[in-house]
Design a protein around this ligand. Structure first.
Ligand code: PLP
Length: 387
């Protein structure tokens, strides 16, 4: 009994770091060679191994995914006041980076099939703006919760109007779209190794691209834009965005277990789906037929009329048992800070936010943890519909 009570007190997190076996060895190597710096052999090795894993030519390891977004926009040469299309159902970092450059995010709604940017809505918006000669400078498309957006359709629309794509694959490392890795569909592709992502370096990010010039300029800007000179010469404003060699060591270890992490997260999803299959009013995030999701987070929609409790009642019930869950992202067009930005649609994302819940999804959840979450979920007090 004691043991069970103790287990009940342990907090179950939404998505917590999960080290493999070799990270500490790489970190030790960094210490032993004294490369405790934003330079050193692990960085180049991590970049090379990352490129091999996803199938792309250039990678620049950075301090965060947000830094990667920012550098992509900076290298593109985005000007103040220019419009950038951006998925509305995502984390604020996407739009923040746009605002760093004093450009203006325009939010695009999701589709029901993937929860990602709706390609038809995008195409219509581009066509309408082309007629007014007001095309956006770029499109930032996100791969949400481990699932690829519909890249063939998004790329066709963007190609038609010659608008570059920044793919934000921060949540979807290891996912595929028609057999090809996410984070290879944009002119610039963004990854994050923040503590809650599928693999982590505690904090970190990466910009991947086929464009050698983009990689070279991003690398230059990430190191304070130092020109080739012994005396610290600068002809541009730079940033301090390079990844540390110590953290790149962690990243090398994490890359080696990425496949295991994907399978574990997919197993979590399958577990919840199986345990909840008899319950009315629940719909899990669909897996679009074009690809394989990593199920970074297990998300489901709750119809309060049918289920007998709403998303928030479930969340609070889990919280009382020390289990962390979260609403689906609040769409950026509903965020106070972006209230005066333009948008295309928005109702789909609003519906997903109102009824969507993300369950504990870490690859290190034990069977006991999963059983605890399931039991807590099944014990949510439900008001049955009046008959
Ligand atoms: C986590 C995340 C980011 C930001 O990455 P950081 O490394 O935390 O800066 C950007 N976009 C999306 C979609 C994310 O989930």
């Amino acid at each position: 009994m004691r043991r069970v009570d103790e287990a009940r007190r342990k907090r179950i997190f939404l998505s917590s770091p999960h080290m493999g076996g070799s990270e500490l060895e790489f970190v030790r190597e960094a210490f032993e060679t004294n490369w405790i710096a934003p330079a050193g052999p692990h960085i180049a090795a991590f970049e090379r191994e990352f490129c091999e894993r996803i199938g792309i030519t250039h990678a620049v390891a950075l301090s965060s995914g947000t830094a990667a977004l920012h550098l992509a926009l900076r290298v593109l040469g985005v000007q103040a006041g220019e419009d950038i299309f951006c998925s509305t159902l995502t984390f604020a970092a996407c739009a923040n980076a746009i605002v760093y450059e004093r450009a203006r995010p325009v939010f695009i709604d999701s589709d029901e099939a993937s929860w990602n940017m709706d390609p038809s809505l995008l195409e219509e918006a581009l066509a309408r703006r082309a007629r007014r000669n007001k095309l956006p400078r770029a499109v930032v498309g996100v791969d949400l919760y481990g699932q690829a957006a519909d890249w063939d359709a998004i790329r066709a629309a963007c190609r038609r109007f010659d608008v570059p794509i920044i793919e934000d694959a921060a949540e979807a490392l290891g996912a595929t779209y028609r057999g090809r890795s996410t984070g290879t569909f944009g002119w610039a592709n963004v990854f994050s190794f923040n503590g809650n992502k599928i693999i982590t370096t505690s904090g970190g990010g990466l910009l991947a691209t086929e464009d050698a010039k983009l990689a070279e300029q991003a690398r230059h800007l990430s190191q304070q834009a130092r020109d080739e000179a012994a005396h610290y010469q600068h002809s541009k404003i730079g940033f301090n965005y390079r990844m540390s060699n110590v953290l790149a060591g962690i990243g090398r270890g994490q890359l080696r277990v990425l496949n295991d992490r994907i399978e574990a997260r997919r197993r979590n999803f399958a577990h919840y789906e199986k345990e909840f299959q008899g319950l009315a009013g629940l719909r899990f995030m669909p897996e679009a037929s074009y690809g394989r999701s990593t199920r970074w987070l297990t998300c489901l929609l709750v119809d309060p009329e049918e289920f007998g409790a709403d998303r928030e009642e479930i969340r609070l019930h889990l919280e009382r048992q020390n289990i962390e869950s979260r609403p689906v992202w609040k769409p950026l067009h509903l965020q106070p800070v972006f209230a005066d930005c333009d948008k295309e649609g928005g109702q789909v994302a609003e519906g997903l936010f109102q009824t969507g819940l993300c369950l504990p999804s870490g690859s290190n959840l034990t069977e006991d943890d999963l059983a605890r979450v399931t039991e807590a979920f099944l014990s949510v007090p439900r008001r049955w519909r009046a008959r």
